[in-house]
Design a protein around this ligand. Sequence first.
Ligand SMILES: [Zn+2]
Length: 427
Amino acid sequence: MSLEDHVEELASDLDVDKEEVRRDLENLVNYSVPMDEAKQSLRRKYGDGGGGGGSSGPSSKAIGEVTTDDSNVTVTAVVLTSGRRSIQYNGDEHVIREGELADETGAISYTAWDGFEGDLEPGATVQFGNAGVREWDGKPELNLGESTDATAVEESLDVDAEVGGEAALTALEPGDRGITVEVQVLECETKTIDGRDGETEILSGVLGDDSGRLPFTDWEPHDAIEAGASVRIEETFVREFRGAPSVNVSEFSTVTPLSDPVTVAEDAQQMAVGEAVESGGQFDVELVGNIIEIRDGSGLIERCPECGRVVQNGQCRTHGSVEGEDDLRTKAILDDGTGTVTAILDDELTEQVYGGGLDEAREHARDAMDKSVVADRIADRVVGREYVVRGSLSVDEYGANLNATEFDESTADPAERATALLSEVEP
Ligand SMILES: [Zn+2]
């Protein structure tokens, strides 16, 4: 088919002026867009009833079909979540709204600038005309700005996604906004930080529910948030903190005390090592595997008295030549066949696996005239055995490190364990 044939076909299918179709099609083909794709894009452009004789406005799109190649789209969607956040822009303070929209084909994140307050109530069905599309983390996101118009739609859409943003802690992911959680405050401390307007106090600690635990920060301390309290927190957002999700409470969040205490899961979520590493980080997780090696920097070590970093040959990376302080630590490689992590044991857990405290370790090293005997004994005791390790997993440029809070030799039958793991992996 010649270009002219394609033009004929499109113009008659779409009931649009031939000249206009030819110009658009030539344009796209000149930009090396393959013919099929070019035609598809014109069908989308004129697809909603002919485009009023050639309007150049964006076409209506299903959310599932919005890609980062789109510049502007019109979507009709149900507002799933809406959370406010204050930002500094050109020296002024703006309150933006962020959340998710969905239709029958999928969900998409959005950022809305001033002027959409009444349109972004969770549950409302709205047509957003001329919404900008931008790329965030490789995915398309909608930008509702000055050129976007919002029109309430009468009939509601049948969406699969949950409206309102109520979520269990372990279901949260960095980037989630407008989220409501019901939790027990497990730990809470006041910290002073250097904020935008000088020194300011914030709260930080740990929240729990029946799914698990996550760290939190309250940037505008709420009285109801205190250790032991059970609370409902509306309008939180989720950020990444040390490789795991963290709940952020802001000036826009509503905190309501709950009279019935929220039950908190005793056990950490159990995962296969590979799955946990793949997830990018877990605040509280239980991994089971064999210790295959004890890494350098284990046993009797020295730390910088200034910063606590490990000192090598009397040198701190930041503070130069220092008088190191003795400490005990273990870095053990844990492997379950799906992946490996380095389990990091603090002084107390190291005392357990070494079978002695700092004084014994010093004496042991002095007698042997070699510090490495401490790490060697630890290796003798743990390498080749299976352990259940609970802790906080971070995955970054330093590798996959599990800061252990519990380190116990596994009592389960290895065959049983393998069967359980397989049943998790297989559908
Ligand atoms: Zn130092």
